[in-house]
Design a protein around this ligand. Structure first.
Ligand code: UDX
Length: 438
């Protein structure tokens, strides 16, 4: 199959490289000429484990190409994927679809022969209908079908998620489009991945409902963690105890500083807006959004409490800035709330992140960035773990004790065990695991 992928952001680049690896011929198109130029030199615009090798080998084998001008690729394509950004629109939280519609217009003007137009970007219910209208209006004679095919890729694990997904969802009523999509994903038959065909609106909603449910699950365990602290219980054991029930499942029950990232905050907000507009509000998700927002801000209070309530003149060592490990993505990261809140209370913040500092430096005014974790810890009053990078799981605790002014750690990701930390002489604070729970 021939594929044109419009947009070489996170989703487009990973999907394009993986389709090429499946054996299809893929051109990834992006208006950003410098990005395409760098991709020609195998420089990835994002940090994703394994992506550079995957791109390099498929380019070398002639299945993957990059272009600024999409004309040739779109003309030749059996399927054109729209994988452009859908940021939150300023002011109202609705998804901004201007890039999606611009791509639809471009596709309408260029496509040739039967073409399947696929939305890979997360788009609100009804967007497929609008894309169909846009294309039909510009090309009344065109032979095409618009399909919804949401992605469920986690950053840091995106290639594995694409190649071994739990399921693939394809929303279309068009038989020919179904056949094209089935052929595109045929390699997944080998590991018996369910490919679920649904109506287009259903497929669009599945993506939002999945993300909203996961965000709600995290928020649930975060609230339970607070309760654990109040009543002397251990949230990790509560999570395990409920997660072993198959109906609940053990994943996404890790309590922390609140969810961030490029999807959950934006998608929950957009779903809330869609539901309100449709006259069928989603109260659970509205509450989830509000709780998570407040939680990220409240993390600075925990640091203050660990130091007796006052942060004036104190130095805080912040370990981890990205919204989760194995990514350089800073979008909606808890650090964007936590660091300013610490500084507003009078603290100096010394931070280190293995991949996120370049981006963080643009977003976090006033933070002092350090070369490594120990440099960030030197002379600080408290160590705060904000992102659970592997390298923070095996820190040299004796060395930290010498570097800190006093041995205090606030572990917002529950990386260490409270008993161990106490035995080593730390005053240790984590999430949902009061010392008296042990
Ligand atoms: C998410 C979805 O998992 C993916 O299916 C969708 O396509 C895009 O959004 P991603 O944003 O890459 O993927 O990150 P994910 O690993 O899901 O984590 C999101 C946030 O939730 C992070 O801030 C993470 O720290 C937090 N989280 C996750 C928790 O706090 N606890 C958990 O148990 C799981």
């Amino acid at each position: 199959m021939r594929v044109a992928m419009i947009g070489t952001g996170y989703v487009g680049l990973v999907s394009g490289a993986c389709f090429a690896d499946f054996g299809h011929t893929v051109t990834c198109v992006d208006k950003d000429a410098s990005k395409i130029e760098r991709l020609h030199q195998n420089v990835m615009p994002i940090y994703e484990p394994g992506l550079d090798d995957l791109v390099a080998s498929n380019v070398r084998d002639g299945r993957l190409a990059f272009a600024v001008d999409g004309a040739e690729a779109i003309r030749a394509a059996d399927a054109v994927f729209i994988a452009v950004g859908t940021p939150s629109r300023r002011g109202d939280g609705h998804a901004d679809l201007s890039y999606v519609y611009a791509a639809a217009e471009e596709i309408a003007d260029l496509m040739d022969g039967f073409t399947v137009v696929v939305t890979k970007s997360t788009v609100p219910v009804g967007t497929g209908d609008e894309i169909e209208r846009i294309i039909r209006a510009r090309r009344p004679d065109a032979d095409f079908a618009v399909v919804s095919n949401p992605e469920f890729l986690r950053e840091g694990a995106a290639i594995g998620d694409f190649k071994r997904p739990d399921r693939v969802v394809v929303g279309t009523d068009n038989e020919r489009a179904r056949a094209v999509m089935a052929e595109l994903y045929r390699p997944l038959n080998l590991n018996e991945t369910p490919i679920m065909f649904t109506g287009r609106r259903t497929s669009e909603l599945i993506k939002y409902a999945a993300n909203a449910f996961l965000a709600m699950k995290i928020t649930f365990i975060n609230e339970v963690a607070d309760l654990c602290e109040a009543v002397g219980a251990d949230v990790q054991q509560v999570a395990r105890g409920i997660g072993l029930d198959n109906r609940i499942g053990s994943k996404f029950l890790h309590a922390g500083p609140g969810y961030g990232g490029s999807c959950f905050p934006k998608d929950t907000l957009a779903l809330v807006r869609t539901a309100t507009d449709a006259g069928s509000p989603l109260k659970l998700i509205e509450t989830t959004v509000a709780i998570n927002h407040a939680r990220k801000k409240a993390m600075a209070d925990r640091v203050a409490e660990a130091l007796g309530g006052d942060l004036k003149g104190k130095t805080v060592a912040l370990l981890g800035l990205t919204f989760k490990p194995n990514t350089d993505d800073m979008r909606d990261a808890p650090s964007l709330d936590v660091a300013p809140a610490l500084m507003a209370r009078g603290a100096t913040v010394q931070a280190f992140d293995p991949e996120g500092m370049e981006e963080a430096a643009k977003l976090l005014d006033g933070v002092v960035f350090k070369e490594g974790p120990y440099e960030a810890l030197a002379g600080a009053d408290v160590a705060v773990i904000l992102t659970e990078w592997n390298q923070f799981r095996a820190l040299d605790l004796d060395r930290i004790k010498l570097l800190l002014k006093q041995p205090v750690m606030v572990d917002l990701r529950n990386v260490y065990r409270p008993e161990d930390m106490r035995a080593r002489g730390f005053r240790y604070f984590s999430i949902g695991r009061p010392l008296d729970a042990a």
